[in-house]
Design a protein around this ligand. Structure first.
Ligand SMILES: Cc1ncc(COP(=O)(O)O)c(C=O)c1O
Length: 365
């Protein structure tokens, strides 16, 4: 796919020009509305997710905001799971404070809590397939069914699973969200996001909102994402295999109090995860016996893993969620998301597993 590095397109027929501005399947007119390189990415991810179409955005948060702001009105009510990406949690707080939108929080595995939370103005159930950073896995079939019974849309952030491990539309989701910055792009060289839709009318509604919102991706970022996606399946295999090695060995190490990775039988989501996912992705968290001080010492002692934000690239990255990605959460919200003061998150890359373990073991020592 070439990079269509252009802001607009030239026409001979004024009617075709005018028509292209009104719908996503008309002619390409202006790159804030649609661009062929970006469309190619949208079609590729919609295909992988089993949706009818997708709208790309300049970042994962751009895609999330495009959906929230495109769907919700003041006075509406959202049901969200407790454990959310920090940026999403921050945005929901902002919607409550500044736009009069109500949000109720429920556990990601409890459809009865969804039914109990439903109000006349409930519009959306918001979930994450695998939550950041404690890796709780949502019971997508049960949660989506509870929302559907009540006529409510479900949006699922599928960033951590990628369509290789989970296709939420098959489990009843209406909208699938991605930070393509992560596994889809795969090389830590772009920021991007995307929403996939199960339904054509919903797709057109959000496309139309996205045209004026303007969180449009650049065609070069879309092209790099497409390039990265060619190795998505291979990379996911290695991310999952490496995470299994590290999680198992960390769980047996005397300095480690707890390991959070849904592939371990000790993880609270293991049963749901084993039914929903063929493998358990590449992000894990762990708590050291020495709490926050030990966590900080560990993070400044690793040599191969990088102390850096984000995940889903080829290199292993570590961070301290309570002071970085989840810094907006107060003590109670941190506790509800299951994040400890000393929790360390590891976004496992595709390096050789023994090199990674050697690095982690020397840092633990
Ligand atoms: C699960 C999840 N969703 C959304 C986002 C936001 O994506 P972006 O940084 O591309 O805006 C992130 C970023 O870390 C994330 O981890």
């Amino acid at each position: 796919m070439p990079i269509y590095q252009t802001s607009g397109f030239e026409f001979e027929d004024p009617a075709v020009f005018a028509d292209g501005m009104t719908r996503p399947d008309g002619a390409f007119v202006y790159a804030r509305y649609s661009n062929p390189t970006v469309r190619s990415l949208e079609d590729a991810v919609a295909g992988l997710e089993g949706g009818v179409a997708a709208v790309a955005a300049a970042s994962g948060m751009g895609a999330i905001n495009m959906v929230l702001l495109g769907l919700l009105q003041p006075g509406d009510h959202v049901i969200a799971q407790h454990a959310l990406y920090g940026g999403t949690a921050h945005m929901l707080d902002d919607l409550v404070e500044r736009f009069g939108i109500q949000v109720s929080y429920v556990p990601e595995h409890d459809p009865a809590a969804v039914r109990a939370a439903i109000r006349p103005r409930t519009k959306l159930l918001y979930l994450e397939t695998i939550a950041n950073p404690m890796t709780q896995v949502a019971d997508l079939p049960a949660m989506c069914a509870a929302a559907r019974e009540a006529g409510i849309l479900t949006a699922v952030d599928n960033t951590f699973a990628s369509p290789i491990l989970c296709r939420p539309i098959e489990h009843g989701a209406d909208i699938v969200l991605h930070s393509t910055t992560k596994y889809l792009g795969g090389h830590a060289d772009i920021i991007g996001g995307l929403a996939v839709f199960a339904d054509d009318a919903l797709y057109r509604k959000i496309w139309s909102y996205a045209c004026t919102l303007g969180a449009t991706p650049d065609p070069f970022a879309a092209w790099l994402t497409l390039r990265g996606m060619q190795t998505l399946a291979l990379r996911m295999e290695r991310h999952c295999a490496n995470a299994r090695v590290l999680a198992t060995r960390l769980a047996g190490h005397p300095a480690v109090a707890a390991v959070h990775w849904p592939g371990l039988a000790s993880h609270p989501s293991h049963e749901i995860a084993a039914k929903l996912l063929p493998d358990f992705s590449g992000v894990l968290s762990f708590d050291l016996l020495g709490g926050r001080a030990a966590g900080e010492k560990f993070m400044s002692s690793v040599r191969l893993a990088l102390l850096a934000p984000s995940l889903g690239g080829v290199e292993t990255l570590i961070l301290h969620p309570a002071s970085t990605s989840h810094r907006h959460l107060d003590e109670e919200q941190l506790a509800q998301a299951g994040i400890g003061a000393g929790t360390v998150r590891v976004a496992v890359g595709i390096e050789h597993a023994e090199d990674l373990w050697a690095d982690i073991a020397q840092a633990l020592d």
